[in-house]
Design a protein around this ligand. Structure first.
Ligand SMILES: [Zn+2]
Ligand SMILES: [Zn+2]
Ligand SMILES: [Zn+2]
Length: 358
């Protein structure tokens, strides 16, 4: 995440809607990628979900006929707002959703809403299992469904323990489901022999492995004992699509984490820690993609900075009496998958910037 500043010089955060120093109302302008102070003569207006429900701090042009910001316009279903609890859970959900949208836009990946682009666009259904017990978090044909109850910390922790996950967050859910959406949009319609598609198969495996069978086997038998050698999470071992989604989610997490750190002025390369040395081949793309050793080197240096930073985060967390903040090990195979995710991100970002949609 970038660092934001108010016109008065005070620091602002991505979720800020008021400056604590000058007491001005502030909001985030997604077009400029900056926080803005609201003034009577302002050319921007607040998103209606912020004004009415206090769940959004994004802005849109005052001249627009729309009343919702680009992020809120993607909602197809919102929770029943007759209870304060639902409103609170919804606010947390929207916060995580906006952070995902922010990161994808930063990458240059276009994100049309499904209303504007029924084929390639994205929509969100945010529904509680209390109102509809059949709801499950997932992605289907450009619609990401999120179970609102996941915004309840005790509910989410219970699920995390039941499923033996080391980490479970709202933002992680959105990042994970965005991977399924992007896979369908960017890869599923490419010819079988397209290099981007072949590269996927080489790193993640045969995507046509029967999904339902693979998932039910995973839930019965769990991950293979040596999963950490090949996957970033145990769940990633269930099917190539899930491996991709866990890898992409992890990639976005590193991207956001390092951007936050660097924008706040922390220079990871100066932290004197013995670095975990990743072998150079972990930066290499599958043979069917054009590879450059300079880009591989940059990727590996980026990953090293993250491994260094995450070690610091874990130690600080333990100092505060909390469990390790980053309970992951990046194996060589997982690093190779992250390298491919990085390549996809760059390619899709370039496409988005070319068409000017992002
Ligand atoms: Zn201010
Ligand atoms: Zn909004
Ligand atoms: Zn998934």
């Amino acid at each position: 995440m970038q660092r934001f500043t108010c016109d008065c010089g005070n620091v602002l955060f991505f979720g800020s809607s008021r400056c604590l120093k000058c007491s001005s109302d502030v909001g985030y302008d997604p077009q400029r990628g900056a926080m803005q102070r609201m003034r009577p003569e302002s050319t921007m207006k607040r998103c209606q979900n912020g004004v009415k429900h206090n769940v959004c701090n994004w802005l849109l042009p005052a001249s627009a006929t729309a009343v919702l910001c680009v992020a809120c316009r993607m909602n197809r279903t919102i929770p029943d707002l007759s209870t304060d609890r639902n409103r609170m859970l919804w606010a947390r959900t929207e916060m995580a959703k906006r952070r995902l949208i922010y990161t994808l836009r930063r990458l240059g990946i276009s994100l049309p809403s499904k209303k504007d682009d029924p084929k390639n666009g994205l929509a969100f259904d945010i529904v509680s299992t209390l109102s509809n017990p059949t709801v499950t978090t997932g992605h289907l044909n450009g619609v990401i469904t999120l179970n609102l109850e996941e915004a309840d910390d005790s509910y989410r922790q219970f699920n995390r323990q039941q499923l033996g996950e080391s980490s479970r967050t709202l933002l992680g859910h959105f990042r994970h489901e965005s991977a399924h959406y992007l896979w369908q949009r960017q890869l599923s319609e490419l010819p079988w022999e397209d290099p981007m598609r072949l590269a996927f198969r080489e790193r993640f495996g045969d995507e046509w492995l029967d999904y339902a069978t693979a998932l039910s086997t995973y839930y019965k038998q769990g991950a293979p004992a040596d999963w950490e050698q090949n996957y970033i999470t145990a769940y990633a071992s269930s099917h190539p699509w899930e491996d991709w989604a866990e890898t992409w989610s992890h990639y976005l997490q590193i991207l956001d984490g390092l951007e936050t750190c660097e924008s706040l002025g922390i220079q990871v390369q100066f932290i004197a820690l013995p670095l975990v040395m990743l072998p150079a081949e972990s930066g290499v793309l599958p043979a069917m993609l054009p590879s450059s050793s300079a880009e591989d080197g940059e990727f590996l240096a980026w990953l090293q900075r993250w491994m260094c930073l995450s070690t610091v985060l874990n130690e600080i967390s333990l100092s505060l009496g909390e469990p390790a903040l980053y309970p992951f090990v990046i194996s060589v195979h997982a690093a190779q998958k992250l390298r491919l995710a990085h390549h996809y991100a760059q390619t899709w970002g370039q496409d988005g910037r070319k068409t000017g949609e992002a």
